[in-house]
Design a protein around this ligand. Structure first.
Ligand code: BG6
Length: 488
């Protein structure tokens, strides 16, 4: 059954980006380097996308020695750093109520150890937030979206080093102090569960820098530090500027049992606990028992102080936000089954679902399913802060881009949200389409994997004019927002 389309008044429609995927200007405005500036472009096939995540100290040394001809796509991204006014005006034309961006820590503190922030970096974000507000757009800001400052990697041991908590909290304090009057909605760490899948960009952890150590243990320890830092930031924000809202942000992976075999169902349940474990901490304020058991089974033991547990209790989040793109299946025995790639994970291929050109199995019903699961588990307002379709687009000679596939994906997902709100009673406060303007892909570092309603003329090698063009889906999203989701 399907409800008629309806969204609450004030529903926050908009788009989402991240500093490292749009800004560019990697060595401008007093910005320090981040690990993202050191990730090279690699030609990697759709099926073996996880090779992109392999990263060693030798790769880092190569990046630091690289000349301007080397292809480090995040260094240039789409140059939002110089185009933000033009881009925000286009978002406003679509009717955005909210824009998700992230702050690059290394713009605010050139070196995370600096005692004072970099005023040029502060001025950039302040102006960007003012620009949003001028157009009636509420900024939604992530403090850390996969771009740890490089010094954390080279001079510390990434998030494994406990001192990083204090450095992060200093940075968060500066952000609340300087932007608290312009930004109401905050997120601490993007896809907070992701360090277990890609340790470099989430944790600043390069495996070969931990010789003789159990790398799993390194990750769980680093995760613990991030949990404490996040809780401290939430608490601080509430104390400093009452009324601001801080959410957690998770990768809402969704696995269905491949068959009705009890073993497949059990395997799925176990896998889904893996999706929730860290958000459970951020919502309930304590480690779930199953996470302690998981560490025990892996032979991992983490160090913590009694006050950490107190902080976790005090710094619980106000809302739960998440990314959602696709679903896949789980089987106890995957022998002989087809696998499908997804958002940084592989899963068993679902024969009932279509796939994107990158093999992600798109599934609007899975969004409704996920919203219900999350709401029943957490009873907190939900915010979809990433959802979208990465596809190859063609820029026609007349400057048009015909992308009916993107509008179709959007339509199905908007219907699914409406059903979750109106039939299932889910409290959903907003929706930001991922990559509302084309940006550099996180997993493949390609420009050619495009999500935007706005086309950016640039290829995987940085060739192009960087000119912006409206795709057909631009007008479609405008119509969706104008009608508050009722004219699809
Ligand atoms: C999310 C990330 O996992 O997925 C984004 O938060 C990312 O940074 C998005 O871009 C889409 O993934 P990809 O690999 O297609 O860019």
């Amino acid at each position: 059954n399907q409800a008629s389309l309806h969204f609450p008044n004030g529903f926050l429609w908009g788009g989402a980006t991240a500093a490292n995927q749009v800004e560019g200007g990697w060595d401008e405005g007093g910005k320090g380097m981040t690990i993202q500036d050191c990730l090279p472009y690699r030609e990697v096939g759709v099926a073996d996308f996880t090779k992109q995540f392999a990263y060693s100290s030798a790769d880092l040394a190569e990046a630091l020695a690289a000349g301007p001809e080397a292809n480090y796509p995040k260094r240039r991204a789409i140059d939002f750093y110089h185009h933000y006014k033009e881009d925000i005006a286009l978002f406003a034309e679509m009717g955005f109520k909210v824009l998700r961006v992230s702050i690059c820590w290394s713009r605010i503190y050139t070196d995370p150890r600096d005692p004072e922030p970099n005023e040029e970096g502060i001025a950039f974000y302040e102006d960007m937030f003012r620009e949003c507000r001028k157009h009636g757009i509420e900024p939604l800001v992530t403090l850390s979206h996969y771009d740890p400052p490089l010094a954390l990697v080279t001079d510390y041991q990434g998030w494994y080093s406990r001192e990083v908590i204090g450095l992060f909290v200093k940075y968060a304090r500066t952000c609340f102090e300087r932007f608290g009057h312009l930004v109401k909605y905050w997120l601490t760490f993007n896809e907070v569960d992701a360090m277990l899948r890609h340790a470099v960009t989430s944790g600043g952890l390069i495996e070969d820098r931990f010789p003789g150590k159990n790398f799993d243990e390194v990750i769980y320890q680093a995760m613990h530090h991030q949990m404490v830092a996040s809780a401290q930031a939430v608490k601080l924000c509430h104390e400093m500027v009452p009324g601001l809202q801080v959410g957690c942000m998770m990768t809402k992976l969704c696995f269905y049992p491949y068959s009705c075999k009890p073993e497949d169902n059990l395997a799925t349940q176990q896998r889904m606990r893996g999706v929730y474990r860290y958000v459970d901490i951020q919502v309930f304020g304590e480690y779930p028992r199953y996470l302690w058991k998981e560490m025990e089974q892996k032979g991992v033991s983490i160090e913590y102080r009694p006050e950490d547990m107190e902080l976790l209790r005090e710094g619980t989040v106000d809302f739960v936000s998440f990314s959602y793109y696709m679903t896949s299946c789980m089987a106890a025995d995957t022998e002989g089954l087809d696998m499908a790639p997804g958002n940084t994970v592989n899963g068993v291929k679902n024969p009932y679902l279509p796939s994107s050109e990158w093999g992600w199995q798109t599934d609007a019903s899975g969004l409704r399913y996920s919203l219900v699961e999350l709401y029943d588990r957490y009873r907190k307002p939900l915010f979809i802060v990433e959802n979208g379709l990465g596809a190859r687009d063609t820029l026609e000679e007349d400057g048009s881009v015909h992308d009916p596939y993107r509008a179709a994906y959007l339509e199905e997902h908007v219907r699914a949200m409406s059903d979750a709100i109106n039939l299932d009673g889910v409290d959903l406060i907003g929706y930001t389409w991922w990559g509302c303007i084309d940006l550099v892909s996180e997993s493949t570092r390609q420009m050619s994997k495009r999500y935007g309603f706005i086309y950016v003329d640039m290829d995987d090698y940085g060739n192009g004019t960087q000119k912006r063009y409206k795709k057909d889906s631009f007008d479609y999203y405008k119509q969706v927002i104008e009608s508050n989701g009722t004219n699809l």
